[in-house]
Design a protein around this ligand. Structure first.
Ligand code: ADP
Ligand code: ADP
Length: 239
C-alpha cells in the first residue's frame, strides 16, 4: 500500500554532529502531513534523506514497504521515482511545453532530449493530457513553461509529480514563491490529488496557518527532534 515509514533516522553531515536525532513517523493512505518548525531544524535534511538525495547516517526509510536507505546506482535512481516531488521553484524545463514537462518527469535537460528519442506510449500521452486538464491547464498544454505564471507552473509541477504514479508526494515549500491567494489554490489542488488518488502527501511548509488549514496532521520539528505529532487543532500557538 502507499505508505512511508521513517524509523529512527539519524543524519550527521559532520561526524559527531547530529542534524537529525532519531526521527520516526509513519504516513499512509490519503493524508496531508505538514512538517513545520524553525529554520535550521532539519526539515530539508529529512526530505532529502527520504528522496535519497543524501544518505541517512542511521535508521530506516521504507516506501511502500521497500527500504530505500541502502540503495545505490541504478536501484537508487529507480527508487526516486517512488516519490513525486513538488518544488519551491517548480524546477520545470523552461524551454519545453507543459505537456513535455509532464511527460518527461523531473529529468535534467539532457535526459529530456534523450527521452524524446524514445517514443511515448499513447496511453502516457493521454494520461498527461488528462492530468493537465485536471490541474486546470487544459488550454495551455502546448504553451512553453516560461510563458506561465508561478501558480500555473506549480500546477504543471503537480501534474508532473502525479504522472509518475508515485507512492508518496513530497512538496518542499511548494507555496513560498506564490502570493497568498495562489498558495491557497495550490494547497487545495495538492489535497484534491491526495484524496483522489489515495496518495499520502508530505509537505515541508513554513506558513503555519496554511499548514493548520490544509493538513490533517502536523509534525513539528525542533533541533533535529520531532516535538509534536498530531492534529492541527491540538497544536498550541507557540509552535
Ligand atoms: P531546515 O530545513 O529546517 O531549515 P536544514 O535541514 O536545512 O533545516 O538544516 C539543518 C541543519 O543542518 C542546519 O544546522 C544546517 O546548517 C545543517 N546543514 C544543512 N545542510 C548541510 C550540509 N550540506 N552540510 C553541513 N551542514 C548542513
Ligand atoms: P539528470 O539525471 O538528467 O542529470 P536529475 O533527475 O538527476 O537529472 O536532476 C535534475 C535536477 O533536479 C537536479 O538539479 C537535481 O538536483 C534535481 N532533483 C532530481 N531529483 C530530485 C529529487 N528527488 N529531489 C530534489 N531534487 C531533485
Amino acid at each position: 500500500s502507499r505508505s512511508l515509514t521513517v524509523n529512527n533516522v539519524v543524519k550527521e553531515y559532520v561526524a559527531g554532529t547530529q542534524v537529525l536525532k532519531g526521527i520516526s513517523f509513519e504516513v499512509s493512505g490519503r493524508s496531508t502531513v505538514a512538517i513545520i518548525g524553525p529554520s535550521g531544524t532539519g526539515k530539508s535534511t529529512l526530505l532529502r534523506c527520504i528522496n535519497r538525495l543524501i544518505e541517512p547516517t542511521g535508521g530506516e526509510i521504507l516506501i511502500a514497504g521497500r527500504d530505500i536507505t541502502k540503495l545505490s546506482g541504478r536501484e537508487l535512481r529507480q527508487a526516486r521515482h517512488y516519490i513525486g516531488m513538488v518544488f519551491q521553484e517548480f524546477n520545470l524545463v523552461e524551454r519545453l511545453s507543459v505537456i513535455e514537462n509532464v511527460l518527461c518527469g523531473r529529468l535534467g535537460f539532457t535526459s529530456v532530449w534523450r527521452a524524446w528519442l524514445r517514443k511515448y506510449h499513447q496511453e502516457d500521452i493521454d494520461r498527461a493530457f488528462e492530468l493537465i486538464e485536471k490541474v486546470g491547464l487544459g488550454d495551455f498544454a502546448t504553451a512553453r513553461a516560461d510563458s506561465l505564471s508561478g501558480g500555473q507552473r506549480q500546477r504543471v509541477g503537480i501534474a508532473r509529480a502525479v504522472m509518475q504514479n508515485p507512492d508518496i508526494i513530497m512538496a518542499d515549500e511548494p507555496t513560498s514563491s506564490l502570493d497568498p491567494k495562489t498558495s491557497v489554490e495550490i494547497m487545495e489542488l495538492l489535497n484534491e490529488f491526495s484524496a483522489d488518488q489515495d496518495i499520502p502527501l508530505l509537505i515541508n511548509i513554513h506558513d503555519v496557518n496554511l499548514a493548520k488549514r490544509f493538513a490533517d496532521r502536523i509534525i513539528g520539528m525542533s533541533e533535529g527532534h520531532v516535538v509534536f505529532d498530531g492534529k492541527p487543532e491540538e497544536l498550541k500557538d507557540e509552535h
